[in-house]
Design a protein around this ligand. Structure first.
Ligand code: DCB
Length: 333
């Protein structure tokens, strides 16, 4: 090979190397989504972990009730992308009420749930499919529908690492061992027919606070977590102690819903008490979703009435709670 040919080859190789490195650097910085980074989640001991067995904390928003316009209008690609890219959410909860005009009363709400899941798949964030029992306090009231629903969801989406199932939002006036546990066994069995791996969150008694009671008689099976919900104005140290107790019993806890208000979802907000909770959850790498992404005129909503459905909100479109949550999430506090 002559000298000119040799030089040309050296120059070409340098060019290729430069293109390779700049290309790969920019794609990892900009294009790696939370799900690409973390893959299939799993529970190890009492801790949620990623595919590489490293502890992970998911943080994000719960929708408002999807049967209502105040909640459903924010389930669109632009809004959830805005929350992923500007508020750093890596999880999103789709609150599908069963009663109060929800799935049992009008199954059309399922379209919004599916839309939300498909957006989560595109955006590479985790999506919680929440069977949001509330006035129907006992999950057994609609157990047959729940079994059928979750079997259908696991068949459709179980192959994607994005999916998390929450099988009963907030049971109350029922007992863990006698009522909730057998319900959970049936629903888990239905999900596991099609999806052997994704995380399943099980609600607990007293509006999903009694994780301690559940942990004394836990379910058998893998990748199961127990729901602990709190409202900062109503629930504090004693609820954190219930969580500590469950974790000592080797049960994994997911705070799939919490609010800055009292348990009514309205009235004053309690940012100092909420910050104590947030620090506790971060220290223990406990995942959470805040209630709620919606513009109902109530203080637990993060948006003021009429806020842009596509995100990109000004401060005037955020409530006090919204500004607080935005700071916590976007500055990784
Ligand atoms: C939970 C529910 C959630 C509820 C919020 C705030 O309920 F999971 O669905 O959301 O916490 O209360 C509220 C909405 C309202 C709506 C109402 C009924 O923000 O706009 O009108 O649902 O659909 C809890 C949580 C804790 C307790 C009681 C309730 N508690 N509860 O500890 O007593 O009765 O709804």
């Amino acid at each position: 090979m002559n000298r000119e040919g040799y030089l040309r080859r050296v120059m070409m190789s340098l060019l290729c190397l430069t293109l390779f490195f700049t290309g790969s650097i920019s794609s990892s910085a900009v294009e790696t989504t939370p799900v690409e980074q973390n893959g299939h989640l799993k529970v190890i001991g009492n801790q949620l972990c990623n595919q590489a067995n490293q502890p992970i904390q998911l943080r994000g928003m719960s929708s408002y009730g999807l049967q209502w316009d105040n909640g459903s209008k924010y389930i669109n690609y632009d809004c959830l992308k805005y929350l992923r890219d500007n508020w750093n959410i890596n999880v999103f909860r789709l609150a599908m009420y069963t009663r109060e005009g929800g799935y049992i009363d009008d199954p059309a709400v399922l379209d919004t749930v599916k839309k939300g899941v498909e957006i989560a798949l595109e955006l590479g964030i985790y999506a919680i499919i929440d069977w949001h029992i509330l006035s129907d306090n006992d999950p057994n009231l609609h157990k047959a529908e729940a079994v059928e629903f979750f079997e259908q969801m696991s068949l459709l989406y179980g192959k994607y690492p994005n999916i998390i199932y929450e099988i009963c939002n907030e049971p109350h006036d029922v007992f863990w061992f006698k009522d909730i546990r057998p319900y959970a066994e049936s629903v888990i069995e239905a999900i596991r027919k099609h999806d052997q791996n994704n995380i399943i969150i099980i609600g607990t008694s007293s509006y999903s606070r009694d994780v301690d009671i559940a942990s004394d008689n836990p379910l058998s099976g893998h990748n199961l977590m127990y729901a602990s919900h709190f409202y900062a104005g109503s629930h504090g140290q004693s609820v954190r102690q219930q969580i500590d107790y469950a974790r000592k019993n080797n049960c994994a806890v997911f705070v799939s819903e919490w609010g800055t208000t009292n348990a009514s979802g309205n009235g004053e907000i309690y940012p100092e008490l909420a910050k104590i909770w947030i620090d506790y959850l971060s220290e223990n790498k406990i995942s959470w979703c805040n209630w709620s992404l919606g513009d109902k005129d109530e203080s637990s909503a993060i948006l003021t009435p009429g806020a842009n459905p596509k995100g990109n909100w000004t401060d005037a479109e955020l409530t006090e709670s919204g500004k607080f949550i935005k700071t916590i999430l976007s500055t990784n506090q």
